[in-house]
Design a protein around this ligand. Structure first.
Ligand SMILES: C[S@@+](CC[C@H](N)C(=O)[O-])C[C@H]1O[C@@H](n2cnc3c(N)ncnc32)[C@H](O)[C@@H]1O
Length: 255
């Protein structure tokens, strides 16, 4: 299993380029209609990225608990939230050993099930952690959709060449540990099978657009873009890099 304790830098970099704040707020207020104080559980919370997004926009009186296997990430979360006004709690927990007892109005995860072979088992635990009428939300990437939305402004760019990179990397991940790069597309079906009601799916509207002529920290953004998408060095001097992230946001209600 990947050691996430070592990935703070990666997580910080990628979380900067993951959401449009207005779209996240739209989900919370217009789609999920969170209009009264809620108890939130973030499953595989890392250092609490979702807490920093949710807590300022959910009603006052809400609380946020994050659980994760990575001790260093949980320690960072405790440190980061220590001086804030928010009601937070963090605990080191291996999801595979987690026995839900407390109940939450919102049970959410972001980019977690994509790293865990036991997807349905963990999703069931998420459902068991929700109150009746509570919302279970899974935000997971769909790299195939993301790859289809990849473009580099260079006369030699071949839109198909990165398909091979994707295929190799993900086949390797799957055979080395059962991590499923299609998980985002499968979760709504799993949610139905496990009894959630009103299951719906959205697509995150964030587009990573890195432009020589307009992007702050262009060099850093471009390097991280090239690394994440396995882009060939021959494209290191392009004018624009474009990727629609297409994270899938699946959610359903516990009945
Ligand atoms: C890509 S990170 C996402 C972190 C956070 N949700 C975010 O979006 O910033 C995946 C997280 O899943 C956690 N994780 C993986 N397997 C786990 C397990 N068996 N139990 C608990 N957490 C786990 C990792 O420690 C890591 O923090």
């Amino acid at each position: 299993m990947k050691d996430w304790n070592k990935e703070v830098g990666y997580l910080e970099n990628t979380r900067k380029r993951m959401w449009n704040d207005d779209y996240f707020e739209f989900l919370v207020k217009q789609v999920w209609k969170i209009d009264h104080p809620v108890k939130i559980l973030d499953v595989g919370c890392g250092y609490g990225d979702l807490g920093t997004r949710l807590l300022p926009i959910v009603p006052d009186g809400s609380s946020y608990k994050g659980i994760d296997i990575a001790e260093d990430l949980i320690e960072k979360a405790r440190e980061d939230f220590k001086e804030t006004k928010y009601n937070t709690d963090f605990e080191v927990i291996n999801l595979l050993e987690y026995e839900p007892t407390d109940k939450y109005d919102i049970v959410i995860c972001q980019s977690v099930l994509r790293h865990i072979p036991e997807v349905k088992e963990v999703l069931q635990k998420m459902i068991d952690s929700a109150v009746t009428g509570g919302l279970v939300i899974c935000i997971e990437p769909s790299r195939r959709m993301e790859n289809a939305g990849l473009y580099i402004d260079d006369k030699d760019f071949d839109v198909f060449e990165n398909d091979e990179f994707l295929k190799e990397r993900w086949q390797q991940e799957y055979s080395n540990g059962g991590r499923d790069f299609l998980v985002g597309l499968k979760i709504p079906g799993y949610m139905n099978q496990l009894g959630l009601k009103n299951v719906s799916v959205r697509v995150n509207d964030y587009v990573d657009f890195i432009s020589k002529s307009g992007t702050e920290n262009y060099k850093e953004g471009k390097e991280s873009f090239m690394h994440n998408h396995g882009i060939d060095e021959k494209y290191s001097d392009a004018t624009n890099y474009f990727s629609a992230r297409c994270h899938l946001i699946s959610f359903g209600v516990k009945s």
